[in-house]
Design a protein around this ligand. Sequence first.
Ligand code: ZN
Length: 390
Amino acid sequence: MLFIKNAKIVLETGILWDGVLAVEGDRIAAVGKASEIEIPKDAEVLDAQGLYVGPGFVDIHVHGGGGHFFYAEPEEAAEHFLRHGETSILATLYYDLPKKEFAEAIERVKEARNRGGAAQAIAGFYMEGPYMNPKYGACAEKNKWRGTIRKEDFQEIVDRAGTLARVWAVAPEREGLEPFLSYAKEINPGVVFSVGHSEASPEQVRSLKFYGLRLQTHCMDATGRVEKWAGTRGCGPDEACFLDSDMYAEIICDSQGIHVNPDMIRLILKVKGMEKVILITDSFVSEEPGPKELEYIQDLVFDANGGLNGSRLTLDVACRNLMTHTNCGIAQAFMMAAGNPARVIGMEHEIGTIAVGKRANLVLVDDMFHVKKVLVGGKVWQQEQRKKNV
Ligand SMILES: [Zn+2]
């Protein structure tokens, strides 16, 4: 048994100020006040020195970071995010991959997971594509999936990803989408569909609820701003998400509020409530310089045309940004960076919050979300572990 003492433990219901957390094997065995939990004399003890102990972050939408894409170098990418407390990750594959590369990427990530090491943090895939609206999003000219939706094109990637494909982002306005949705659901009945890179009307979004659509891919980014009439505002995926209390909204919370304006973040929180907002990094690997006026911002990533192409965020930093732009506290930031994302992908019984019986994926942070220690399955994560495994 490992005992973590002098901890401010971030629970779903609030903060346990003078807390002790016991870990047995890879599970959380007990949580309580210091006065309630007796630490045996010979027990292994980790002194948190007054840091916050929260659930490991769950990043459901992340393409890569630290110079490594998940599709190409899954271990190295996972290692980068693990250091920042992301103990559960959905490796995100983008629609710029043609069919063959898509299939190869799935196999590469699966093999890495089987080898263990840092890649054990990869809890599955977030498929950002292939069927999105080519009008919205970066790398549009590389979209190999513009044409007719045919089973012979999508079957192989759906089969290979299997139940690991936890999310498929789609543009509901794409013609002939239903056979794809039905098939993806047949292969993984627990799949979540997300509306993304889309200008679908709320009605078109609602029509996919039957299949299990309950997420919006980066709310306010790459969504249509269709006019209803000259000078009047139409409604698109953002409004569809606002209207539907079952839907979760992903937010890329960068330092300067470029992806989502801080006023808009506050509005989203007001409309959706904090239980339905999910922080994502949408971290991407690109060295394109981007426009001069945004050059000073460290956490943005651009494509060759100067368009936004995700971020360079990690979720610890996204939590700090959330607390900069809104009046959210630490417990709420953890909810949006761990609890909510675990729930939307149906993994809330295993990860996302601190509770007895759950996996001991933990992160020790100070009050500015600087990560001091990370525990994966009850073990302190150290870089040496990676070296052993790679
Ligand atoms: Zn993305």
